[in-house]
Structure formats: C-alpha cells, structure tokens
Design a protein around this ligand. Sequence first.
Ligand SMILES: [Zn+2]
Length: 248
Amino acid sequence: MFIKYGPLQFSGYHRVLVSGINNGHTIQFSSEGEEAIHPVVTGGPLKYLYRLEQLHFHWLSEHSINGVKFPMELHFVHVRSDLSVVEALGKRDGLAIISVFGNVQAEIDDFEPHVTEIMEYIPHLMNTGDRVSGVILDMTKLFSPNKESYYTYSGSLTSPECNEAVIWIIFDEPVYLTDAQYRQFGKIGVGRHNFRSLQKIKHHLVFTPGETRIHMPQIAVFFGDVIKLFREFFRKIGTFMSNGIKSR
Ligand SMILES: [Zn+2]
C-alpha cells in the first residue's frame, strides 16, 4: 500500500465560519454557510475532494499510538464533496476523518498552545444544548505541525457489519494545550467520558506515507457496545441534519 494521491492538500481552513454546540456528548463546531465555502482536503489517500462538516473533541483519545493514548483527540469530519451525507455513509470512501492528538504541556515561557483561539468559546459551551454561532476559526492552528507524517486506514464509524465508510488520517505529531486549558474540558458537562472503550483490530492495514519511519502503531478502533454505537451513529447523522447540512 502507498499514498496514491501525493501530499495532502488543504484549502480554506484559515477562516472557517462555524457554529459550536455542546450536544451532550462532545463539543462540536460545524461548518456554516453554503457548502461551496466549506474547507476542503484532498490528496494523500484521498482520491476525491472532501468538505469539512464538523470538528469535535474527545478527551482521552480514541486512537492510541504504540498503545499510548493522548489526553485529547480532535476529529475533523469530512464528507466526499460530490455526495450528500446520507449518500456518503453508504460508500466505502464517503467520509474522511482527520485526527489530531492533543497533548498537555506545562505553561512555560514562549510556549504558545495551539488551541488558544478555539478555547475562547469553550466557556460558552459548558452545558448540554449551549451554542455559539457566527464564529470564525483558523483551523490550521489545530492541525499537527507535521502534516506529512500520518497513519491512514479505512475503517468504520460503528460496527463491523456496517459499511466501512471512513478513511482515517491520523497525524502522529500532537498539538499542545496547557494544563489549564485541558482542565477546562474536564469541567464540560458531557458525562464522564466521551471516548469509547477500545479494542485493537488487527486486520486494519495501517500505513504511513513516503519515507517516514515504518513502525506499526497499535491503532485501536472502538468496538464495544454495538447497539450504543448504532444509536450514536444515527444521532450523529441527526446532528448533521439539524445543523442545516442538507442532503441533496
Ligand atoms: Zn470523534
């Protein structure tokens, strides 16, 4: 396996119009406005163009690298730009999720945490149902500093029976936040955990681009309670819809 489509190419992530919501499970920022102005990514393992639908957080990461979890994981959820969300869910390559780990670093001189801009909105999203809208974010600050080094595999959002609709791109270099910023997430009312219990799935083929060092990460993918995941799956679709992202 190799990365067929050259380097990843991002466009439109510098100024992204979003609305934020605490949906009771996570903090999510969804693209607002016409689909034509949503940021898009292509290249790497992606044959098509994918438009950004939403960004959400998990505190404790869902994936692990070499068995080690990170304090946080950001998921940038993209839909193939020639498809509606519903159509995309039925295709093997309908969704692309870019994952960035968040690590915590003590506040020291000249340490600039990556997440500062988005953190301004977190205090307004502490309780389920809280919303902010008309927010403009520079999402490039939330990307891993090294966008050339990532793992990628095809996986599913939900159960093994489900159509495998997601191309995962998992950057291995984290972004950083401060202790105080991380503690703020701990106070958010979304239940005790918003990551799923993980189980390693051995048959996923994981590969890294180009000449980056070859080591097999223990990419863990959630498995767990299928029923619960199904519910979450459909709730996610519901969230897409209720946020005005229309199917065509
Ligand atoms: Zn997620």
